[in-house]
Design a protein around this ligand. Sequence first.
Ligand SMILES: *Cc1c(COP(=O)(O)O)cnc(C)c1O
Length: 385
Amino acid sequence: MVVVRSDKQRQDSKGFILSEKIMVTKSSLPEFQEYVSEIASIWDNHWLTNFGPKHQEFEKRLVEYLKVPYVSLFTNGHSALECALEALSLKGEVITTPFTFASTTHAIVRKGLKPVFADINPNDFTIDVHSVEDLITENTSAILPVHVYGNMCDVYAIDKIAKKYHLKVIYDAAHAFGVKKDGLSAASYGDVSMISFHATKVFNSIEGGALCFSDSYLKGALDEWKNFGIKNNESIEFVGGNSKMNEFCAAMGLCNLRHVNEEIEKRKKIVQRYRSNLSTIQGLRLCKIQEGVQENYAYMPIIIEDSFGASRDQVISNLNAENIYPRKYFYPLTSDFGCYDNRFNSADTPVAKYISDRILTLPLYAELPLNQVDKICTILIKSGR
Ligand SMILES: *Cc1c(COP(=O)(O)O)cnc(C)c1O
């Protein structure tokens, strides 16, 4: 049987082809037939979830690709993060960053822990290691930093602080798939690193995520935690939830993993084009390139300084007028979220506040044509004049 996929172009009522909206990202997909071949065996074995063959193979391939001792797959990165906090039996306070996606802070709060916000550094927007130590109290049990945009935190300094005060370190490495520092995978630092395979990330399994770690005890424990705490039919060890990755997501992960290096290479060309177009523009600031870090080109954030000549919202509205949709990642700070009802004060993290008020993340995905990058830059630069 041959399955045919229709490839319709968007047309208006008179049949004119509409110009595509350029969103901040566009999910990568393998060739249709590649995915169909990958899932065919599921129709033979009827094994849809619960640690099936695709799940097992995907875990194995990730261990090889990421060069980490253990990988445990999850339905998504957020459940993985919550599960890590449970499995490490954390209590009290967790030092973290407010300059991140909702997931990081929500995971801490949802697990009954108290987030304590450190500031970020102004070069790469990762946690400011100097402010971490001052926030440690006798109630602190862990540090939860974020490799934001795939920029690596100062893992050595964080490791030193953690050892000195006997704290656990859980990295939110949701953005850092494929990133390496000094030749080692980003996922190999800390007690546990969480990577997200959400549709919008550099590498996706539709929805999905993983925890990476080197403690063999955690492998068994996490596999139980994500499956109701079940060890075997008669022995239930933890009050766990359900966050197992299914076979269809694992199959998508297996397909996309074959192409991820190529994807990152394509992203690199786009980021280089953005950087060469924008790095000398008065009033625009780009992330500092990190020494010794092999990037994954996950995002293209820029800071629109007050000296630029146009506000961030003005820039956004000029781009929107041309069907281009950048995003304010990350604004507002999680410490300013309405759901937290003024429990936190973002004035305590002035750098994070400054960056969040001026950040704009430009469209970036493997298939974004370079002439569109130039167009985006032209509109952006013109806005400031
Ligand atoms: C995407 C993301 C997550 C959550 O991952 P999901 O797979 O979407 O649950 C967590 N932290 C950060 C920083 C993210 O960007």
